[in-house]
Design a protein around this ligand. Structure first.
Ligand code: PLP
Length: 365
């Protein structure tokens, strides 16, 4: 796949952008995923013309035919990343090449076209060039970037769409933990699986989330904030949460994370594990049974556990609740290594420490 950027861009400015005072009010308490910037980026793809019509346009509703394929067969993928404002006001994102590559892998799995890396990164730059003022500057805030792609052909037959739309929208995001990082309780789903062998678990596609919602509701009913899934074949091996990867820390300092071809390969997890390796921790990517987790916490062999993903970065896990047992306890404190890795990663993202791995890409220049 060619990686040089080939698209010609057009820009149509929003004739009625939010005023500075409206925007400032939103940026003061942005929450997550509620407010959107003045513009969005779109790129069209068709079987006959490939990628074309790259544009920045006013943010607004899409008009879709009721027969649009994605509404019926869920041929859709997305990405999630953040734009960070540094102290000198420059705007950066984190490892966009990894998100571009993952979106290409998701596209292959969902029979969608692969957007070249250079065009993917240019699409982020274009949104930032229109909406730089929407990147907040308060500590731990960011502009969440949501690239997504879907089957736009109006056709009820079941085959890959020959008309595809790619968009990027931006949504200001507040600090995920408003009053300090708080460990969460997670619910072990045994009734539902998130993904199966040969399925779409490794792709970032809406269907995986649709199938996790009823399990997430079960978690809430059981007093937990998140749900964790096991493998669907044996119901024995740890996979991941609905939208975050999972990591366990052992008393001798080694770190274990599930390896499976039905989990989503998180950029946050990969980065955290690299930082842990840099500090001399041994990292194992392998199968972990739920029994190993339970026995390890009981014996004191497993001393920290956390979940990770772009939105919350690192979320300490206080306890895992299952129908017939509990691992850990609700009032467990966040682990020391968990918090150090979280701080080290956010320090890199916000430009507060040296970016030794070259993970940052500047978006506003
Ligand atoms: C996006 C996502 C993650 C986290 O990936 P990051 O690249 O770290 O944000 C983990 N699991 C699932 C199911 C996801 O969709």
């Amino acid at each position: 796949m060619a990686n040089s950027q080939t698209l010609n861009w057009t820009v149509s400015a929003n004739p009625a952008p939010k005023s500075k005072s409206e925007r400032d009010a939103i940026l003061a308490t942005p929450g997550f995923g509620v407010y959107f910037t003045d513009h969005m980026v779109g790129i069209d793809w068709s079987k006959s013309d490939g990628w074309h019509n790259a544009r920045v346009e006013p943010y607004g509703p899409l008009s879709l035919d009721p027969a649009t394929a994605v509404l019926h067969y869920a041929q859709e993928i997305f990405e999630g990343m953040k734009a960070y404002r540094h102290a000198d006001n420059s705007i950066w994102t984190f490892r966009p090449q990894a998100n571009a590559a993952r979106m290409q892998r998701s596209a292959v799995r969902l029979a969608l076209p692969e957007l070249p890396e250079a065009d993917f990164i240019e699409s982020l730059r274009r949104l930032i060039s229109a909406d730089a003022d929407w990147v907040p500057s308060a500590p731990e805030t960011s502009l969440y970037l949501r690239p997504f792609m879907f089957a736009r052909e109006s056709f009820l037959g079941v085959r890959a769409s020959e008309d595809v739309a790619y968009y990027v929208i931006g949504s200001p995001a507040g600090a995920y933990f408003k009053s300090g990082v708080a460990p969460v309780s997670i619910w072990l789903s045994t009734k539902y699986a998130r993904a199966g062998k040969g399925g779409t678990g490794a792709a970032k596609t809406g269907g995986n989330y649709a199938s996790s919602l009823v399990a997430q509701a079960e978690a809430y009913e059981n007093g937990c904030q998140q749900v964790v899934f096991l493998d669907s074949s044996e119901g024995k091996y740890l996979e991941e949460l609905g939208g975050m990867n999972i990591v366990l820390v052992y008393s001798d300092g080694h770190i274990v994370t599930p390896d499976s071809d039905s989990i989503l390969q998180g950029v946050t997890r990969d980065s955290i594990l690299q930082l842990a390796e840099d500090r001399g921790h041994k990292v194992e990517r392998r199968h972990i049974t739920i029994d190993e987790w339970r026995d390890g916490v009981a014996s004191g062999d497993i001393v920290e556990m956390f979940a990770c993903g772009t939105a919350a970065v690192v979320t300490p896990i206080a306890q895992l609740k299952a129908a017939d047992f509990t691992i850990g306890s609700a009032d467990a404190k966040a682990g020391a290594l968990t918090m150090e890795l979280r701080e080290q990663l956010t320090d890199i993202q916000y430009g507060r420490t040296e970016d030794k791995h070259g993970w940052l890409t500047r978006l506003d220049a």
